[in-house]
Design a protein around this ligand. Sequence first.
Ligand code: A3P
Length: 283
Amino acid sequence: MSRNYDLYQYKGCNFITSIHHIEKLEEMYHCEMRDSDVVAITYPKSGTVWMQQILNLIYSDGDAAAVQSKSTMEHVPWMEIPPSNFQTRPSPRLCVSHLPQHLVPAGLKKKNGKVIYVMRNPKDVVVSLYHFQNYITVLSTPSSFEDFLEKFLEGKVIFSSWFDHIHDWYTHRDEFNILFISYEELKQDLRTSVQKLCDFLGKKLDDEKLDTVVKQSTFKNMKMNPLANYENVENKNLSGAFLRKGIIGDWKNLFTVAQSEKFDQVFQERMQDIPLKFIWDCK
Ligand code: A3P
């Protein structure tokens, strides 16, 4: 185990020193999984909070009150962050996690429980993460985007390499009961995406309920709802937000042409055996 000022490495993955504890990670690995469990997996900044909101609403049968009473974090807690009470929750247990596939509960590989892997084009991920690290105080403030981009490409960021994360989850997909869905799909057609999620989860919602899930999960409505937008989280600066812009293609506002070309080259090399398609720009 190696440590630096804000991150430490455990079994090949970078965790946040002040948030993640090895005891919790080990406890979760051995946690018994149930068929009804649902775990949404994301690399950071790929739509985790969004999926928390959607799952909360789907499992509340499209009842808007569900997102106006308790925070999404209480309804759909983090698996790896204490005081996650995941193990003692009644079924169906919903949760989110950034864990790489080799650190999630072993039972998930016996196909006990369902996994939703939310992916996002990595140029928007790195831009979102860059702004996030300027906002949140438990992580180091990047000296520049150039420097941060280098670190991202080398995997020297929280949860390590984006490329390894998606690569490992994709190549091990047959071991899990898993659905891959993208941030961009959600963004471009939220209703169809929610229906796709319902089909995977075996949840039947009528049109009216589906409409409520969609309405309560739009960026605009989540941004206005302190229970959905992580407003109560501590350790943050005054300016910034968890729900920042919520668009496809914001990377174009920060990447130089040279940075984009270098990124494309690394992407080609690292993703050549992964047929997943990404949407880099909104049409
Ligand atoms: P931006 O920083 O590009 O705005 P995570 O929850 O994994 O940390 O991801 C955060 C990103 O998801 C942020 O991206 C945030 O704005 C975006 N997001 C959250 N809810 C969203 C929604 N309902 N619609 C679109 N984007 C959303």
